[in-house]
Design a protein around this ligand. Structure first.
Ligand code: NAP
Ligand code: FE
Length: 370
């Protein structure tokens, strides 16, 4: 038995925002949640502001979202949305602003209890007094698939790690995929984010919650990314390629919204927290060893995923990953061992296709990083 749920309406293609303005405008006062660069550099912010102006919708541009957003940043964003009186949000950016917008939507609708100055609500429980504000998403990286998931990953300095919350109430109502917004991405950001999308598709395809529906979608996503890997390596992606990669990333989101992610993600978080390694690159550094171990228990699945990507063998695929992800960072045995104290507690461990102990995680880290 399996179940499948994905309520986000997707508009894909050039000028998707302008052509579907009614799906972008979800209320009467908008707060645009974005990063310092992504909204402006992608051109998406100008397109959105033009649509809102034409419809006489007042808008606050909130461009304070940092990479790997913190919970504090989401609380502040929620306050800004309340002060402005926003009744809907538009997230523009990579996974960082798109995830932050989900938490901001929750905090905006759930002010501190009377007599308190602080938002005490534990967002990680995933239950809220009031429904979050409705949201529209415009991804400017083709990677996280945040536009089609009900997850938001926040940095928590209190635990020196990242933690996700999820709720069906934070699915985006609409998402707009336009390759014009990603075609000028710095090549290394395009590579890292494409590897994140691949990681979602591969992890979702192989974890214990995979189903007939997600397998079908995951293979399609991999078939879209595979032929574009050489352009990701050497440059030359066209706008059409970029819209296709955005679609593949959304497919990755659709898959993990059903299946979750595995130890590739949970073990990648400390690489980002302690070493500032971008999220997609962190996954990519661990993906080869994950697939090698998965092939011992699910050889046919790993072969069909590799062939959907256009590879004959796992070692050819690992070579391509290495070419896409130059990582100059060095690691010590001690830090890798320390990180596993937390990573082994992740719920992602339980859905791995092979059994994982703390000693296994140490071995995986060592095989990939030393
Ligand atoms: P990101 O942190 O959103 O962005 C990386 C960098 O690229 C930022 O400096 C950003 O600028 C810049 N950028 C984005 N779009 C651009 C554009 N079109 N042109 C020029 N620069 C651009 O990276 P990401 O990999 O997309 O997202 C990573 C986050 O998503 C992590 O926090 C990760 O944990 C999370 N994630 C979420 C899910 C989920 O299911 N919700 C899944 C996987 C990962 P700005 O400074 O303006 O932002
Ligand atoms: Fe990811």
């Amino acid at each position: 038995m399996f179940t499948y749920y994905m309520p986000t309406r997707i508009y894909a293609g050039e000028n998707a925002v302008q052509k579907n303005a009614e799906a972008l405008v979800l209320g009467s006062r908008a707060m645009i949640v974005t990063g310092a660069h992504s909204g402006k550099k992608s051109g998406a912010l100008d397109d959105v502001l033009a649509v809102l102006q034409e419809k006489s919708i007042p808008a606050l541009v909130y461009d304070k979202i940092e990479n790997n957003p913190t919970i504090e940043s989401a609380v502040l964003g929620g306050r800004a949305a309340r002060e402005f009186g926003a009744d809907f949000l538009i997230g523009i950016g990579g996974g960082s602003p798109l995830d932050a917008a989900k938490a901001i939507a929750v905090y905006a609708a759930n002010p501190p209890a009377e007599g308190s100055d602080f938002e005490m609500m534990d967002i990680f429980k995933g239950t809220f007094r009031n429904a979050p504000l409705p949201m529209a998403a415009i991804p400017t990286t083709a990677g996280t698939g945040s536009e089609t998931t009900h997850y938001s990953i926040l940095t928590l300095h209190s635990i020196k790690n990242k933690q996700s919350f999820s709720s069906p109430l934070v699915f985006y109502k609409s998402a707009f995929l336009d390759g014009r917004y990603t075609v000028k991405l710095p090549l290394q950001v395009a590579r890292n984010t494409a590897v994140d999308a691949m990681s979602h598709l591969l992890e979702g395809f192989t974890d214990t919650r995979a189903s007939a529906a997600t397998d079908y979608i995951a293979l399609e996503g991999l078939r879209i990314i595979g032929p574009r890997l050489s352009k990701l390596k050497n440059g030359g992606l066209t706008t059409e390629d970029c819209t296709a990669l955005l679609w593949a990333a959304s497919l990755g989101g659709i898959v993990i919204a059903q299946t979750g992610t595995t130890i590739v993600h949970s073990m990648g978080y400390p690489l980002t927290y302690y070493k500032d390694i971008p999220h997609g690159m962190a996954n990519g550094l661990l993906l080869g060893e994950y697939l090698r171990r998965t092939a011992e228990v699910l050889p046919e699945k790993v072969n069909s995923a590799l062939s959907a990507l256009g590879f004959g063998t796992l070692s050819e695929y690992c070579m391509t990953l290495q070419e896409l992800l130059p990582c100059g960072e060095s690691f010590t045995k001690e830090e890798l061992e320390n990180w596993t104290e937390n990573t082994i507690k992740s719920k992602n461990v339980a859905i791995c296709p092979f059994p994982v102990t703390r000693a296994d995680e140490i071995d995986i880290f060592k095989a990939c990083l030393l």
